[in-house]
Ligand binder design. Structure first.
Ligand code: TEU
Ligand code: CA
Length: 550
């Protein structure tokens, strides 16, 4: 396996709006991130991914860019950015930015010009179609509810937007658009940025027939109609040739619609496209036919199989990214762990999982504290456009809104966007004023300051697990094999290479279990999430054990 810094690194993901507010206007900012760089480094993370910080009207919190070469006013200035980048490099860390190139903001100059007339030189920067009998060109559903076409008076036709109507899709068929994007990428690389996470990059090549969909499963629509379009690999290959390959950088493509069978087309090192992707098989595991706001129970056996299948699929010349949460999903602890009685144990167990699989691990801000979902009492405290749009849609289709609020509690992206909990002070030390989104009231117990002082805390465990991974490259590059695949409570796997072998045993249940296989282990318990020792074969609720096999 080819060795690379981006395979060995541990990424820390920052959602800047919610990370640290340095000037007390209620919004996180670049100076706030600078203040906390030593904290991030203390975790052992060495790559920082910041969600978009470009100029934006914030219809979708920065995923609607109106100027790709400037910084959002609330976040600071370009001087602050340069300072941030230098401060990161000074500490031996690297910075990944977020490239949002499937769509721009409708307030971007290109779109402002394009929408003025059919003769605008920018018209072909976007997709325009006339309606059919007074209706939109296709019946496509958008990611956040409603359709994907918005009528434009001046040109008497519709433009395409797979996300909100303030996020018109860019037309990559147009070589000028591609040139613009490559120039933007170059602009940031020339500043010294170390890579990009590429937002919904799987969607950039459209199926130009623009035919109606007749599928009702949203996941299927994404995969078959929106993602993996006919020219996707041509574009990625071109981008690689024109810019990416000229720098020592990393890329991770966000890949809704990418599945096991086509993943290697994106990440095979011989194809020169992307280094790795984020797939969503485990993140959509609880989506029902109606999508994320129609959740269904899932089985641990399926969860394990997803990780095993992906490892198998990418092991020859590909590479995986390992993540259990980000700014688009509820808190990983509340989803995959236990945010009640076993909060601390299960947060540590999930850290063990995240940091012992093959692939580059991504820690989402606050997960290193075991931050949990929030349950605001009413819709008025929610901010996320997806949540608000789904609420409206549910209301107009006559849903039981009391019940729908409980779904929002479980599934809203705002669960991951409440302010980072630094201290037990007001607003969790995020800001001195009321933040743009309310803090999770549990900041009083769950915060950095109290966990710094407690050697048994989730935070200290993350530090231990990151440094354990770094000390044992077998955990980075070594082979992976799942054992007892059919067990409904246990996730047990081995990692090995020619020199070392590890066995990782995770009890993802509240039961006390006795595991035969572990009683036969010849090895040392090197990491565990309980203080008091027990016999090797016993696993207490949410117990995690890492053995070095001898
Ligand atoms: O997300 C793309 C994506 O697949 C999400 O829309 C996902 O389906 C949804 O959030 C699940 O709830 C990216 C960004 O990460 C997200 O924040 C943006 O809103 C979106 O693209 C549009 O840019
Ligand atoms: Ca601020």
């Amino acid at each position: 396996m080819v060795k690379k810094w981006w395979k060995e690194g541990v990424v820390y993901q920052i959602y800047p709006r919610s990370f640290k507010d340095s000037n007390n206007d209620g919004i996180g900012d670049l100076q706030g991130i600078i203040e906390k760089l030593d904290y991030i480094r203390s975790l052992g993370a060495d790559i920082i991914w910041i969600c978009p910080v470009y100029k934006s009207p914030n219809d979708d919190n920065g995923y609607d860019v109106s100027d790709y070469r400037n910084i959002m006013d609330e976040f600071g200035t370009m001087a602050d950015f340069d300072n941030l980048l230098k401060s990161i490099h000074d500490r031996g860390m690297r910075l990944l930015m977020d490239l949002v190139a499937n769509h721009s903001s409708d307030e971007h100059r290109w779109f402002q010009e394009a929408r003025k007339s059919r003769n605008s030189p920018y018209r072909d920067y976007y997709f325009w179609k006339t309606g059919v009998n007074g209706r939109p060109p296709t019946n496509w559903p958008s990611f956040f509810g409603g359709g994907t076409w918005e009528y434009n008076e001046a040109t008497e036709d519709y433009y395409l937007h797979l996300f909100t109507k303030k996020q018109p899709d860019l037309n990559w068929e147009n070589p000028k658009v591609r040139r613009e994007i490559y120039d933007i990428i170059k602009f940031w690389f020339d500043k010294g940025v170390d890579g990009f996470r590429m937002d919904v990059i799987s969607l950039i090549s459209k199926r130009l027939e623009f035919s109606d969909v007749n599928m009702d499963n949203y996941g299927e629509i994404i995969e078959k109609q929106y993602a993996n379009g006919p020219r996707i690999h041509e574009y990625l290959n071109e981008m690689n040739r024109e810019v990416l390959s000229q720098y020592d950088i990393m890329t991770v493509g966000e890949g809704p619609g990418i599945h096991l069978e086509n993943a290697m087309d994106y990440v095979d090192e011989n194809r020169h496209e992307l280094n790795m992707i984020f797939h969503f098989d485990h993140m959509f595991i609880d989506n029902g036919p109606g999508g994320k706001f129609d959740p269904v129970p899932y089985k641990l056996t399926c969860f394990k199989k997803i990780f095993s299948d992906w490892d198998q699929q990418l092991k020859d010349g590909g590479w995986n990214s390992i993540f259990l949460g980000n700014h688009d999903f509820s808190r990983m602890l509340s989803r995959f762990g236990n945010d009640g009685q076993y909060r601390v144990e299960s947060a540590k167990l999930l850290a063990t999982l995240l940091l012992s699989l093959r692939g580059t691990p991504y820690i989402y801000q606050g997960d290193e504290l075991g931050m949990t979902n929030v349950a605001f009492e009413g819709i008025k405290d929610y901010r996320d456009v997806e949540t608000l749009e789904s609420w409206k849609a549910a209301e107009s289709s006559g849903h039981d809104m009391g019940h729908f609020l409980t779904v929002i509690h479980a599934q809203s992206r705002d669960n991951a966007r409440t302010p980072m909990q630094w201290t037990g002070d007001v607003h969790g030390g995020f800001s001195a004023v009321e933040p743009w989104i309310r803090s999770n009231p549990n900041y009083a117990e769950i915060n950095v300051a109290s966990q710094e002082a407690d050697p048994g805390s989730v935070l200290h465990y993350y530090r231990k697990m990151v440094s354990y991974r770094k000390a044992n490259p077998t955990l980075v590059y070594g082979d992976y094999q799942c054992l007892m695949e059919d067990d409904p409570n246990l996730y047990i796997y081995e990692r090995w290479d020619d020199d070392h072998r590890f066995l990782i045993a995770l009890n993802m249940s509240e039961q006390h279990l006795l595991v035969d296989l572990l009683t036969q282990v010849h090895g040392e318990l090197e990491v565990g999430n309980y203080n008091e020792r027990n016999t090797p074969g016993e696993l207490r609720p949410w117990e995690a054990k890492v053995f070095r096999i001898v």
